[in-house]
Design a protein around this ligand. Structure first.
Ligand code: PMP
Length: 352
């Protein structure tokens, strides 16, 4: 008998429409491709792969390169197919059926989705209207729930804000489980929890090549945590999960760190320009430390989303997400793309 698990049957799945429009500013990708020299080096390196053999199971070359990049021990690094797989492996290892996972909302939807897929109970703590967190509420709710895993994203998707770093202390003091700091956008942000993750078994950091590294197509992410935690993740993940070409691509990408930093600086400067322009249009903006901006025009978000699409600009419509009625999210693009968005929005607002 075909019986889907009720948790899965009840799930909406991951909906980010891949609409074919000229300007796609909806999935927080980088508007810039990686350097051509990286592509050339990678293509050449493919010839060195022993295709009849399984890949290095613990991705030693890639982990050594990440260890050098972050100046952390290689035993503290775990790698997987996108940070989503890092998060899934963490949840399989530390959460799973019947265990409790706490998320703050609005937050990254996949934290909830993957937790439910692995059979965990998800407990939500609401953010304030300005998307900050009330520490007393956090403290008392966490003490009551005693979760196995707590997720914090810094910067937070979709609000773009960084919580105060002291929030981590509040969480660690009020729980006994694992604190996962999702740093998918950390290079755009103000702080990182990597140092803390190296000195505590109770905190880990996940990172991705999908945003700052301009490699969303590669599906590569990693984790930095204590060797004890990392050891357990290797037990839970499938053997040979990371293919040989991906390991090479990641290793080679790290040779182009200066170019990555340049792209990040360009995006930050565009973000600040767009943020100022939005405020000048009278649009409410959630102050962003990421490569995207959450904004609300006061009009029906579905209407604004459609009008932007009519102008050839796709943004993310967040208005059906928990606590986000009226809000849309713009990924920062190139200067031309951002200008097209601003023109489109201005005319969308004038149409009223
Ligand atoms: N965490 C957050 C907060 C994200 O926004 C995203 C991407 N949307 C991810 C993780 C997943 O990234 P990846 O492409 O590495 O799976």
């Amino acid at each position: 008998m075909l019986e889907v698990r009720p948790e899965i049957a009840a799930m909406p799945g991951y909906h980010s429409p891949q609409v074919d429009v000229p300007i796609r500013l909806n999935t927080n990708e980088s508007p810039f491709p990686p350097p051509q020299a990286f592509v050339n080096e990678f293509v050449d390196a493919l010839a060195s792969i022993s295709w009849n053999r399984y890949p290095n199971r613990t991705a030693d070359g890639l982990r050594a390169a990440l260890s050098a990049h972050h100046e952390v021990p290689a035993e503290s690094v775990f790698v997987a197919n996108g940070s989503n797989e890092v998060l899934q492996t963490l949840l399989l290892t530390f959460a799973g059926p019947g265990r409790r996972v706490v998320v703050f909302e609005p937050g990254y939807q996949m934290h909830v989705q993957i937790s439910k897929v692995v059979g965990s109970d998800v407990i939500v703590i609401d953010r304030n209207d300005d998307f900050t967190l009330d520490r007393d509420v956090v403290r008392s709710k966490l003490t009551e729930v005693d979760p196995h895993v707590v997720f914090v994203s810094s910067p937070n998707n979709p609000t773009g804000q960084c919580d105060d770093e002291e929030l981590l202390d509040v969480i660690l003091e009020s729980t006994s489980g694992l604190l996962v700091v999702d740093e998918a956008y950390a290079e755009f942000g103000t702080w990182s929890a990597i140092d803390r993750a190296l000195s505590s078994d109770r905190i880990v950091v996940s990172r991705t090549f999908s945003k700052t590294w301009s490699l969303a197509a590669l599906r590569l992410g990693y984790l930095i945590g204590s060797p004890t935690v990392v050891e357990h993740l290797w037990t839970a993940v499938l053997p040979y999960h990371l293919d040989a070409s991906k390991q090479l691509a990641g290793e080679i990408a790290l040779n182009y760190t200066d170019e990555m930093n340049d792209r990040v600086a360009r995006i930050i400067s565009e973000r600040d320009r767009v943020q100022t322009a939005l405020s000048a249009l009278g649009v409410r903006v959630s102050p962003s430390s990421a490569n995207f901006i959450l904004f609300s025009t006061g009009l029906d978000a579905d209407v604004v989303w459609q009008r932007l699409l009519d102008h050839g600009v796709l943004v993310r419509n967040c208005s059906s997400w928990p606590r986000l009625a009226g809000w849309l999210r713009l990924t920062i693009g190139s200067e031309d793309e951002n200008n097209a968005f601003l023109r489109g929005l201005e005319s969308a607002l004038e149409t009223e």
